[in-house]
Design a protein around this ligand. Sequence first.
Ligand SMILES: Cc1cc2nc3c(=O)[nH]c(=O)nc-3n(C[C@H](O)[C@H](O)[C@H](O)COP(=O)(O)OP(=O)(O)OC[C@H]3O[C@@H](n4cnc5c(N)ncnc54)[C@H](O)[C@@H]3O)c2cc1C
Length: 398
Amino acid sequence: MVLTTEALRLGGFDFFKLEDRLNDEQRALRDQIRDFVHNEVHPKINPYWEKAEFPWEIAEAMKTLPIWGGGIKGYGCAGLDTLSAGLVAFEIAKGDGSIGTFYGVHSGLAMGSIGRLGSEEQKQRWLPSMAKLEKIGAFGLTEPEHGSDAVGLETTAHRDGDSYILNGAKRWIGNASIADILIIWARDDDGALGGFIIENPNETEGVTIENIWGKISKRAVLNADITLENVKVPVENRLEKVRSFRDIALVLEFGRYGVGWEAAGVATALYEFAREYALQRHQFGKPIASFQLIQQKIVEMATEVSLMQLMCYRAAELLSEGYITPGLVSMMKYNNAKKGRYVAQLARETLGGNGILIENHIARLMLDAEVIYTYEGTNEVNMLILGRELTGINAIMG
Ligand SMILES: Cc1cc2nc3c(=O)[nH]c(=O)nc-3n(C[C@H](O)[C@H](O)[C@H](O)COP(=O)(O)OP(=O)(O)OC[C@H]3O[C@@H](n4cnc5c(N)ncnc54)[C@H](O)[C@@H]3O)c2cc1C
């Protein structure tokens, strides 16, 4: 049995009526993204995912959505409030994780770094074309030997007259092979952290970008290995307001906030699909939803999804009041990524054999949930950030 396209129109499971809090503008934005997912993402994404190809036609259609640059005000950016920013991540994730990563890397990490850490001139130079999606951004922090301990990164930026000369390697960088604006995080001659913008990286001498193939998760977004050999970057391309990891903490924390919503979105879609399937699929002459063991799965999923949504909405409120701690977003990301994996298993089980078929969407979302557990800080690292806040003792370094 395959779920029909109409059955895939997600209604928006919202047991605690959290959406009652949305104002008209937020509701209209939610509906716009929801329609986009139904019309552009669900009917088109699966072949791209299977072929591990970036879906340019979906990215092209996304240009019209008023979401780019998230909370950044001015420069043609969306200027979203914290709840709207969360809702966008949530609704896109209900469609597809690869599209979510494409959006999160470009809009959240790349534009977010320029918006928060760039000078006025740098913001005016790069943000308007990125807000129109004329230029695509990427964010290169992780290295082959430095994942969780990105703070130990080895890429160097040596000052040479009016330029910096970059040497090093990066790994897993989303959008890199299609990027026009690539931010490379490196240490300068004084050991200070810098964000260095390479324009047109795929045509820049000394930059080699190779896509990573064979991923089982987020197959339709491109992640790449990058090597940098004596890459010349003009001094004015160094983000002005960053000298240490403390300076990029807010970019990463807002990234985690978005991923917390993303995990909740994936889990909500999984629940909605699985419930619909359980009502339609008959065994022993009855819908499988009439069996207690299937209802148990439905109840477990609905409860976990509701808890995730409650955490997201409350975090949005606190952030809008200017309250944010590393532990707060780490708890949200940790809980939702962990429970998202659990919900994915239950949803997959509910569909029996049909659950492993990509045409029912659940298998793709289940595999997307896998990597949400690992990026924007692995769940172990987020757990330790939270543990540090709760106890005052830093256990991250062992
Ligand atoms: C699909 C995808 C997209 C990504 N996109 C980007 C991107 O756009 N830009 C970018 O810069 N990076 C990106 N990343 C990288 C991502 O941030 C890293 O994968 C992540 O930080 C973990 O690093 P690692 O994979 O090297 O794992 P490792 O750090 O090697 O961790 C391996 C295991 O050890 C555990 N571990 C490590 N340290 C500790 C500790 N102190 N205590 C307990 N356990 C520990 C981890 O939790 C994990 O279970 C992406 C990764 C993926 C998979």
